[in-house]
Design a protein around this ligand. Structure first.
Ligand code: PAF
Length: 277
């Protein structure tokens, strides 16, 4: 596995990789969710490129950019074991050189849900993803369903700005108790970690209710509110039942939809979602 830290190195290594190329962008501190994406990329492409970059542009001033967990040596070992061919590990200046000022605006889709709680977040994501796409020039790029809104925003970015890249969404990887894997789970104490089960438990209840024929979005949101409300350590930030493509809130689930929620548990903010088809 080759490791590139500069744009020149990336171009040199990337230039000789056989196509098609699958790309897995990450912020590091890898868990099995990331590695599952790398494995998906491995089976469908002749080469796999990963990146590790904690992108300052997608963190708000009071968010955890400085504290975001990092372990690049372990990450590189895991990526190598998973069969990745090339990893780009740039420093800030390689992505945002001195004088950098051009950014991608994603419009209203980035202002709701996560975007309402984290102003500027999706502009930051779209900007770094666009830069990485231009540098890596992959055939396919892989994102996890756990960040449902990010998947919607990236698909729109690719459509709107005509990137010749297929976006592949990999399923959310969960612990045996249902908690979605996330680099931020490391912040949870043991009691908070138990409380975190409420997110996936509430989504399972929504799924059951939907499978039983419930289509009223107010009722489905109410299930999540009640279950998160019953967990004393959890504070609901939002619950949404929205159109899976536009993220417009629904009154009735009469088309592909995504149920998503964000919850604060102590100082940690967790998200999860479930697709209703
Ligand atoms: O999902 C993430 O880890 C990040 O948002 C991404 C896509 C790597 C962009 O920084």
């Amino acid at each position: 596995m080759n490791v590139a830290t500069t744009v020149a190195e990336l171009r040199r290594f990337r230039g000789v990789l056989p196509e098609p190329i699958g790309f897995v962008p990450t912020m590091g501190y890898l868990h099995d969710g990331h590695l599952a994406l790398a494995r998906l990329a491995r089976v469908a492409n002749r080469s796999v490129v990963g990146s590790i970059f904690v992108n300052p542009l997608q963190f708000g001033p009071r968010e955890d950019f400085a504290a975001y967990p990092r372990d690049p040596e372990r990450d590189l070992r895991l990526l190598e074991e998973t069969g990745v061919d090339l990893v780009f590990v740039p420093d800030g200046a390689a992505i945002y050189p001195a004088g950098f000022s051009s950014t991608v605006a994603v419009g209203p889709i980035g202002e709701r849900l996560e975007g309402a709680s984290r102003p500027g977040h999706f502009g930051g994501v779209a900007t770094v993803v666009a830069i990485l796409f231009n540098l890596v020039q992959p055939t396919r790029a892989y994102f996890g369903q756990k960040d449902a809104q990010q998947c919607v925003v990236v698909k729109k970015l690719v459509r709107d700005l005509a990137f010749p890249i297929e976006i592949v969404v990999g399923p959310t990887v969960r612990e045996p108790d249902g908690v979605a894997l996330s680099s931020r789970n490391v912040y949870l104490s043991s009691t908070e970690r138990i409380a975190a089960r409420a997110l996936s438990a509430s989504l399972r209840k929504v799924r059951q209710s939907y499978d039983g024929g419930e289509r009223d979005a107010v009722v489905l949101r109410g299930i999540v509110r009640a279950m998160i409300g019953a967990e004393s350590l959890a504070e609901l930030d939002y619950v949404s039942v929205a159109d899976a493509v536009t993220l417009d809130e629904l009154t009735s689930v009469d088309r592909p939809a995504v149920v998503s929620l964000a919850v604060r548990i102590g100082r940690t903010r967790l998200i999860d979602n479930e697709n209703l088809l």
